[in-house]
Design a protein around this ligand. Structure first.
Ligand SMILES: [Zn+2]
Length: 143
């Protein structure tokens, strides 16, 4: 909950289409009031769901392609996934990729800014085999 406006710090029903969607939000700002609250502390983002991930990357089309290609080499779509046999599903690779990339991250905050590198953006990576609506929880702790 936001300390100022008392709104939940959640981005609800973020629609994402497929791999490599940029997480479009400043982690420091409350979605309700748009205010930045913390000068020294820690900002956290977490996506609920086991087929999406949050990580950092230099977000540009070349690396968007490279990340997708690397995930395909590491976790190929044409492998045998027991998940498909158990649930008659098609997204075994989505679950495995998400488990490796992780559902969230924390970024230190100093002097009122995220301590990200110049070319380092926080991104939501949609890994499912169809478009999904996502809910992203945001928390900022500190003073
Ligand atoms: Zn607020």
């Amino acid at each position: 909950m936001c300390a100022r406006c008392k709104q939940p710090m959640v981005l609800a029903n973020v629609t994402v289409s497929y791999l490599g969607n940029r997480f479009p939000y400043d982690l420091l700002k409350c979605p309700g009031c748009g205010k930045v609250h913390v000068s020294e502390g820690l900002a956290t983002a977490f996506v609920s769901g086991s087929t999406a991930a949050i990580t950092t990357v230099e977000y540009e089309p070349g690396l968007e392609h490279d990340l997708a290609a690397a995930l395909e080499r590491l976790f190929p779509r044409d492998m045998r996934y027991r998940h498909h046999e158990r649930w008659n599903d098609d997204n075994g690779r989505s679950h495995v990729r998400a488990a490796f990339l992780k559902p969230g991250l924390s970024v230190p905050v100093s002097k009122g800014a995220l301590m990200l590198g110049t070319w380092q953006q926080v991104v939501l990576v949609e890994l499912d085999t169809r478009p999904r609506k996502r809910e992203i929880a945001l928390q900022v702790m500190g003073e």
